[in-house]
Design a protein around this ligand. Structure first.
Ligand code: SAM
Ligand code: SF4
Ligand code: F3S
Length: 470
């Protein structure tokens, strides 16, 4: 019997995509089958989830938000912090019951966790309910793995590195007006705390023409916000033999006709050139907001993080931006409790956030990632110290945001309405050009449209205003 299964697998790997697709459709039968796809990570991970859905849609799957109704479950994972991994293991564990109740259910694990060989091995050994393991750059191989599974293989995995660029895969987008467009994959920076370069490989930029044509199509379909994604978007093009730089790409996208906004994430401070900043100001469709991850305010910690800039250099960039627009909106990522972070190092972070006055911060307690350089560094701090520092940081930022947001009172903001407010009945919520949350009274029919709002009040997480009749 095993011999037969192995023969089947060899056959599957030699089949063309359309043959695989036809065979799957026959094996799935005439009854509509449903997939539950859940993404746990960053926006790139969510974008991969949209591609996974695209592959499944082409095989005839419908989608469900309830795993109990699913015939196929794909968990699209993140490995950036231990807590993210623990959460997935908890969920996979709880799915054992679901599989017992429905033995034909297929469970797959995709995303960054699968790229760590010890994790893939742990899944294979300890979670027999898992049928499929799919690497981050093997999304287009999902049909083959699914077919192997349907033909009786107990565990199918493909974590090889293929260049799985968007142009090869259809996407089922989560939103009809906000679209993520990955412009590059991988990272070359090897910050000492970070697992991403190990699970996503080296930087690979998509061709500018493919990106421009994707954005043009999205705009013609009515998308209003285009979010360009990459681990370090401002090194976009470095691997394309000088063909194009990120500022040049922004200019080309800005030239596309239509009423839409361009955002991008993330920019590495070491590559945030004056040319990039000037481009943000000169392109009217590029949002007036920059996410510039600082990580720490201490130059010594930044050195140990291998961030390749100092606090002073970072502040020069901020000062240049603010010399053009004094209240330009900045947000950042911060890590608290990097190995051997001293009180002085932590105070340097507090000093810098008070100086820069970010509109928002995304802060994380350092999480040790096996295989990274920082995982080998000694650490004299315990969890209590790290927890206390995190609370202090959040408290200081709350005061900064409360003060900062008052500057918008009396101003008019252009907002892309994106949903119904959960806090204020009859209100909508949206993001302004500056990436500020704006709540205003309005009909749900405005969702997906740009609305001019006059700001009347400010909180520490959002501003509130009145819709202006255009
Ligand atoms: N490429 C982006 C950059 O350099 O800004 C960051 C991408 S990373 C997925 C998002 C954030 O997660 C980082 O900016 C960092 O603050 C945080 N992060 C990464 N590794 C971490 C770790 N080991 N522990 C805690 N936070 C971490
Ligand atoms: Fe991780 Fe640093 Fe790369 Fe960002 S730039 S993904 S933090 S290694
Ligand atoms: Fe993103 Fe997490 Fe992978 S942050 S790139 S999904 S490790």
């Amino acid at each position: 019997m095993w011999y037969n299964v192995i023969l089947q697998i060899k056959k599957v790997r030699a089949m063309s995509n359309s043959e695989i697709k036809e065979k799957i459709k026959v094996l799935l039968g005439s009854k509509q089958k449903y997939a539950y796809v859940r993404s746990f990570g960053c926006q790139l991970n969510v974008s991969d989830g949209e591609k996974i859905k695209g592959v499944l849609m082409e095989l005839g799957f419908g989608f469900t938000e309830d795993e109990k109704n699913a015939d196929l479950i794909i968990l699209n994972t993140c490995a950036v912090r231990e807590s993210a991994e623990d959460r997935v293991f908890g969920i996979v564990g709880s799915m054992k019951k679901l599989k017992e109740l429905k033995p034909e259910l297929i469970i797959g694990i995709a995303g960054c966790m699968t790229a760590q060989s010890h994790v893939a091995e742990k899944i294979r050994r300890s979670y027999p309910q898992v049928d499929i393991v799919l690497g981050t750059s093997a999304i287009s191989k999902l049909p083959g793995l699914l077919l192997e599974c349907l033909e009786g293989k107990k565990f199918s995995a493909d974590i090889s590195e293929y260049d799985d660029f968007s142009e090869a895969v259809v996407q089922v987008r989560e939103s009809s007006f906000k679209a993520s467009v990955p412009i590059m994959f991988g990272c070359n920076n090897f910050c000492t705390y970070c697992i991403v370069p190990y699970v996503r490989g080296r930087e690979r930029s998509r061709k500018p023409d493919d990106i421009i044509s994707e954005v043009r199509t999205l705009v013609s379909e009515g998308y209003k916000e285009i979010m360009l994604l990459g681990q370090n978007v401002n090194s976009y093009g470095n691997d394309l033999d000088g063909e194009v730089s990120f500022p040049q790409l922004l200019k080309s996208l800005n030239d596309i006709e239509g009423d839409f906004m361009i955002r991008f994430m993330s920019s590495h401070p070491k590559d945030a050139s004056r040319q990039l900043i000037d481009t943000i100001f000169s392109c009217e469709k590029v949002a007036k907001h920059l996410h510039l991850p600082l990580q720490s305010g201490s130059s010594e910690i930044l050195r140990r993080m291998n961030r390749r800039y100092t606090a002073e250099k970072y502040l020069e960039t901020v000062d240049y931006i603010r010399s053009i627009d004094p209240d330009f909106s900045l947000t950042t990522d911060l890590i608290v409790g990097f190995p051997d972070e001293t009180n002085e190092d932590f105070q340097a972070t507090i000093d810098i956030i008070k100086r820069v006055k970010y509109d928002n911060i995304y802060s994380f307690i350092y999480s040790k990632r096996s295989g990274t350089k920082a995982a080998e560094m000694p650490d004299c701090n315990d969890d209590t110290v790290k927890g206390q520092r995190m609370r202090t940081l959040l408290e200081v930022q709350r005061e900064i945001s409360t003060e900062n947001y008052k500057r918008f009172i009396g101003r008019k903001m252009r907002v892309l309405a994106d949903g119904v407010s959960r806090k204020h009945e009859g209100f909508l919520t949206g993001k302004s050009n500056e990436f500020i949350i704006v709540e205003f009274e309005g009909e749900p029919s405005l969702i997906g449209q740009f609305v001019d709002v006059e700001i009347t009040d400010a909180m520490n997480w959002a501003v509130v205003g009145k819709k202006i009749n255009n």
